[in-house]
Design a protein around this ligand. Structure first.
Ligand SMILES: [Ca+2]
Length: 292
């Protein structure tokens, strides 16, 4: 976690080793006339090819070399998984999260600290609750927890390539909004524009990217399937790459409410231990196109 703390400072980031959608999302999707699955809250991302990572001279070392990647079509949650959805999972299965087992979770409170009693029901510690946050993304979930939820929902975590492909949605700029991003586009550190939130925001509070995905930049970090390897881009296959070689960290993408715009770039790669949970980490799931 010290690595994430370090990565909050934009220019130090060597590597950032450093359900169920709410109604607002469904309305936006219909308005954009995108494909909507029978399982509401997902959007179809058609197969295609894109340039993954950052070109020479841009981004972090671990974002290069920029390379061509082809991805098969898949369905993706339009929004990050919310507390209401995660509660359905826990109520149905009795699942106990890593933070609950460990009795603590990381929180941002002007500095990173490991808070006893922080878990998904108590995002910042025992005195806090999710009662008024049911449409906010679930946080204090580890990679293990996110993976368990997706499996229960008949889905899986996106690969890092699927995530970046869907985030870019045809764009080659730093963000899906262009080379800049503002508080009218996403929830990140501080407030301004249509972003009054010092913490998480209700999912779908900001415009979707061109593929119909909300909060793909900001709000909470999103766990991805891959193990983290800072040199993976130099050796990955072109079609549906995923790093399954065991390593210490798992990938997370997209930046969060506590983070600077740098970490929200489409190419930015975060990572942490698969058991680690914080009040800025969440996820969304995908489903293969041929899923029946
Ligand atoms: Ca904010």
């Amino acid at each position: 976690m010290a690595l994430e703390q370090k990565a909050r400072v934009p220019l130090t980031a060597l590597i950032l080793i450093t359900l169920f959608s709410v109604l607002s999302c469904q309305r936006v999707m219909v308005g954009k006339q995108v494909h909507v699955s029978p399982d509401e809250g997902m959007v179809y991302i058609p197969a295609g090819t894109f340039l993954m990572g950052s070109p020479d001279g841009q981004g972090e070392d671990n974002e290069r070399p920029q390379h061509k990647v082809s991805v098969s079509g898949f369905w993706m949650d339009t929004c990050e998984v919310i507390n209401r959805g995660f509660k359905e999972f826990v109520d149905a299965t009795g699942y106990v999260t890593d933070a609950e087992k460990r009795g603590k979770g990381w929180i941002w409170d002007d500095e990173w600290k490991e808070m006893p009693g922080a878990d998904w029901r108590h995002p910042k510690g025992p005195s806090t609750s999710i009662e008024a946050l049911m449409d906010h993304p679930v946080v204090q979930v580890s990679w293990n927890d996110a993976n368990a939820y997706c499996n229960w929902a008949g889905k899986r975590l996106p690969t890092e390539a699927e995530w970046e492909y869907a985030c870019r949605c045809g764009t080659e700029t730093h963000y899906s909004t262009g080379d800049t991003i503002t508080h009218d586009d996403a929830n990140y550190f501080g407030t301004g524009g249509i972003d009054p939130w010092e913490g998480t925001s209700p999912v779908g509070s900001f415009p979707a990217n061109p593929c119909g995905l909300h909060d793909i930049h900001g709000n909470v970090w999103e766990w991805c399937q891959d193990y983290y390897d800072d040199t993976f881009y130099a050796k990955s296959v072109e079609l549906n790459p995923v790093n399954e070689v065991s390593a210490l960290y798992r990938i997370m993408r997209g930046g969060a409410w506590d983070y600077c715009p740098l970490g929200m770039r489409s190419a930015y790669r975060g990572a942490d231990f698969p058991f680690s949970a914080s009040d800025a980490r969440g996820f969304r799931c995908v489903r293969p196109a041929d899923f029946q």
